[in-house]
Design a protein around this ligand. Structure first.
Ligand SMILES: Nc1ncnc2c1ncn2[C@@H]1O[C@H](COP(=O)(O)OP(=O)(O)OP(=O)(O)O)[C@@H](O)[C@H]1O
Length: 261
């Protein structure tokens, strides 16, 4: 379980203007939740993920992971528990290394003397099976440099690398937004399969309303740093794109009366 308690975060631009992104957010993520996160531009979606992964340190508040306060734990140390796939396919993989080298590195993440473990040849069949499932031909390119792969192939690899050691939480920041619709669907279906099979607690940001409805057991709508809708289970299954768009229109009225701007 992850508890976010009374989270505050303000950014200052170079010109000194301030942007209060979170003003006391409370949010609990239950074990096994697969939460889709939607919301307007600048609502704080990526900042929420960055607070969880340790890239952004909150001004106040606490992040509690399975009872442990991890608020002050550095990003590279949290990587043991928290994995992320980014929107940009060039992030999350090492371009000058081969597919198999990248997978081997991910498998050994968190162990001492990573690189001396060398290639993880004993799991090659498993890797080939995972890569073949997605249908982008990667299983035949284990010895290809990752920098030469297509964006879709790199995202496929990033997803498999991020989930190899079953993280406590998987963060997906619009991880299929840069892909064509067919490739995006393939990666989303594989994402769902991996999450469900391994029961990985996950948050997925998307601007695609249909994907937000189709995937996951819970949907949150973030606006001006507040969760204005939190829809679960059977209620979520009844959602339609039209209904979500209607809900979007009520977003300003849903904000609490804290000092927003
Ligand atoms: N490192 C930073 N420095 C300054 N401002 C930042 C920083 N990170 C985020 N912000 C600002 O905080 C606000 C929230 O940003 P965030 O990226 O979390 O929004 P978002 O909901 O993910 O938006 P989008 O849908 O456009 O990606 C924005 O106004 C953004 O400009």
């Amino acid at each position: 379980m992850i508890e976010i308690k009374d989270l505050h975060k303000t950014f200052f631009s170079e010109l000194g203007t301030e942007k209060k992104v979170f003003r006391g957010l409370d949010f609990t993520i239950n074990d096994g939740d697969f939460i889709t996160v939607i919301g307007s531009n600048g609502a704080g979606k990526s900042t929420l993920l960055n607070v969880l992964n340790g890239q952004v340190i909150p001004d106040a508040g606490e992040i509690i992971l399975n009872g442990q306060n991890i608020t002050a734990i550095e990003q590279h140390k949290r990587a043991k528990w928290i994995s992320q796939v980014y929107q940009n396919p060039t992030m999350g993989t090492a371009p000058s290394m081969t597919v198999l080298e990248n997978l081997s590195m991910a498998k050994n993440k968190g162990k001492r003397f990573n690189f001396t473990f060398g290639l993880d040849t004993k799991n090659i069949d498993f890797y080939k099976g995972q890569l073949a499932d997605i249908g982008l031909g990667l299983e035949k390119q284990l010895h290809t440099q990752v920098g030469l792969l297509s964006g879709g192939q790199r995202q496929c690899l990033s997803l498999i690398m991020a989930t190899l050691n079953r993280p406590d939480i998987l963060l997906l920041d619009e991880h299929t937004a840069a892909l064509d619709p067919e490739t995006s669907n393939k990666i989303l279906e594989k994402t769902k399969e991996i999450i469900e099979k391994n029961n990985i607690t996950s948050l997925m940001i998307t601007h695609n309303m249909q994907d937000a409805i189709t995937y996951g057991n819970r949907l949150i709508m973030l606006h001006a740093g507040e969760i204005i809708f939190d829809i679960k289970g059977a209620e979520k299954q009844k959602l339609t794109v039209e209904k979500l768009l209607e809900m979007f229109k009520t977003k300003d009225a849903k904000l609490s009366d804290k000092d927003v701007f």
